[in-house]
Write a protein that binds this ligand. Structure first.
Ligand SMILES: [Zn+2]
Length: 219
């Protein structure tokens, strides 16, 4: 076989192998559920053909190990609650009450640019020998603090503005839901839901009852 073709095939094969690698197992509500008995995080745990979220005990997880909930029914229920909430007037009121996050992002970005420019100036001044290294370090400290704070505030705001893009789109999302990939679905749920606490079920009851689920909304 031609050396070049052989190499191309090897590369293509490698690429396919790495892109086809299974992502770590994740469920729609991974990281978003807590045990109603011990408040520990619930973990996804398939058993035979059933997907479940469970409270895991032991040193790695530290839960009580005494709570299990069937995944598909719970996911359906919480998805419906999230989509309903996205269209609710309460959510719109809360978001509008906060004022425009776009304006705030604009102000913070300008601050950040100014701090960056100042840091640059200082470094030039030191480079040119206008200031000593000790002066440079002292002058730099408050600027870096400012940059750090502003960056953090921007990150918080960007999270909220993620929500504003989904707000009011509940019914459209409901129609498209099945076609969205898991990451997208997870991002939508996470934009609204901080977490949901799951109360213990009644013995012998398989279904997920509404009373078992206490959603704590982010907004
Ligand atoms: Zn527990």
């Amino acid at each position: 076989m031609d050396e070049d073709i052989h190499r191309k095939i090897a590369i293509a094969f490698q690429e396919r192998a790495s892109s086809g690698r299974r992502a770590p197992q994740r469920y729609l509500l991974s990281g978003l559920l807590r045990c109603g008995r011990c408040e520990n995080r619930l973990f996804s745990s398939p058993r035979a053909d059933r997907r479940r979220y469970v409270c895991l005990s032991g040193p790695d997880h530290g839960g009580c190990g005494r709570l299990t909930v069937t995944a598909p029914a719970l996911e359906e229920l919480i998805t419906e609650a999230v989509l309903y909430r996205l269209d609710s007037p309460e959510l719109a009121d809360t978001i509008h009450g906060r004022g425009s996050s776009d304006d705030r992002i604009q102000i913070l970005s300008t601050d950040l640019d100014a701090a960056d420019a100042r840091r640059e100036e200082l470094s030039t001044a030191y480079g040119e020998g206008t200031i000593e290294i000790a002066e440079w370090l002292i002058a730099r400290r408050p600027i870096e603090q400012r940059i750090e704070q502003t960056t953090r505030a921007l990150a918080r705001l960007t999270k909220t503005s993620n929500l504003t893009t989904f707000m009011g789109t509940g019914s459209e999302l409901r129609a498209a839901w099945a076609g969205l990939n898991l990451d997208r679905q997870h991002a939508i749920v996470k934009a609204v839901l901080d977490h949901a606490a799951i109360a213990p079920g009644r013995a012998g009851v398989q279904s997920v009852e509404l009373e078992r689920v206490s959603p704590i909304w982010r907004v």
